[in-house]
Design a binder for this molecule. Sequence first.
Ligand SMILES: C[S@@+](CC[C@H](N)C(=O)[O-])C[C@H]1O[C@@H](n2cnc3c(N)ncnc32)[C@H](O)[C@@H]1O
Length: 206
Amino acid sequence: MGSDSEYWSDYYAVTVDRPPWETVRLAIRRFREEGEAAAGAPPPRFAVDLGCGAGRDARELLRAGWRVLAVDREPAARETLEAAVETEFRPRLQIRVEDLATVVIPPCDLVNASLCLPFLAPDAFHPTWRRIVAALRPGARFAAMLFGDRDESAPDPTMTCLPPDEIRAALAGFEIEHWLAQEDDRPTALGEPHHFHLVEFVARRI
Ligand SMILES: C[S@@+](CC[C@H](N)C(=O)[O-])C[C@H]1O[C@@H](n2cnc3c(N)ncnc32)[C@H](O)[C@@H]1O
């Protein structure tokens, strides 16, 4: 997989109309169920969508009534998301073109990170993980899709692809509500063959 702007622009063109990932759907559902169980109107929810890309997850959160801060370092991500988002949802969306390694992650109900954190080298990945955890108060959630250590990208020193056990250990202080680790050979969104080792989870801060 490449990491240059041209690669990502092509990626956004292909993925802009794809459905949201199951992880973000599940997190939204959990919050909705909690809201229905509680007395009174549910509080307005705020999510930070890291590495938002074309915004498949950010737009699902907006459709569910959330306020969303979407972050990606590629200007083309912002352009694609701005063009795709429904006008009525625009006031609830803020987009920042920033690096995940340095962006300030405000306190929020959900940090969503689909297929983006592995693109950080270890010296940025681990501090970013700690900043994510610090942004989540008890009851908040972390939904993510990561690459495991058997992914084809794992030997790349600019990336971080951890063994599933290490990811689980890094979620100490969370109740893991959803966990799936799987391997398969299939094309990337841009049609390149790839051995995937995907680890996805939804976890609730205790
Ligand atoms: C595989 S795409 C996933 C996009 C989106 N989350 C999705 O699931 O469709 C990875 C995204 O992470 C972004 N990204 C990678 N490294 C980043 C970094 N250091 N800072 C900000 N964004 C980054 C890329 O620009 C790209 O949009």
